[in-house]
Design a protein around this ligand. Sequence first.
Ligand code: X90
Length: 278
Amino acid sequence: MPAKTPYKIVSDSSCDIHSLPGTEFQTVPLHIVTDQMEYVDDENLDAGAMVEALRHYKGKSSTACPNVADWEAAFAGAEQVFAVTITSGLSGSYNAARCAKESFEAAHPGVRIHVIDSLSTGPEVVLILEKLRELTNAGLSFAEIVSAIETYQTKTHLMFLLSSIQNLARNGRASRIGAEAVGLLGIRIYGQASPEGKLDVMGKCRGEATALERVAEHIARVGCSGRVVITHCLNPQGAETLKAKLLERYHGAEITILPAGGLCGFYAEKGGLMVGWE
Ligand code: X90
């Protein structure tokens, strides 16, 4: 049996990254399923090509979260595991991870697993993962890390800016959004992750420039004190514009831009942006 590491950080693929340099890290893929194809959201997926292909796909498409066995497999190999999931408000991933924790701990006495419901996705999950890396590398105890990450989660936020909510609406994840806005040319929808980890639509407007300005204004109202992660689905230009707008207001901000992976790309759709900040 391979030697156990003291700590391991695990996330489902809603985080859009597959490596976290400087720590033991593993992702558990969600799946994007159509009548003809099943895409596994792992490091081998070309998420951009998938999003392009699905834009023109007329059949049904949906997603599936990791099951209990998938999570259990990812927990192996460490004494202490910190697992982060996409919001339980929109996915069963958190529930599956909780069940996996119960059965894995029962089968492996001494191993401790802490499952974190991000109440968010994408870039805010990245911020939580980076904080977990910092906390585990600082040599804190399990209990200290649990408490510190809970505090940290009260200081992070997520906004989204979408030009289509077709896949969210079709899969029942955007029920509160007026269907009339779906697919209207040039209309952008922006909002935030609600405290329950659901979509909280804040407004609609015409054109990306206006929408990016509204997002930047909201971030400035909430306040931004440090790290920012912007995730885009086939929209590097929008991400760069948002970065520039935030740098105008926060000169020293440390801003990372990431391409969306399969799960976030599927739901954010082409042009979609998400921003996580602390
Ligand atoms: O379990 C599954 O099949 C996964 C379902 C995930 C559904 C939503 C993903 C949303 C991704 C859209 C904008 C951000 C909204 C964030 C609200 C918390 C991106």
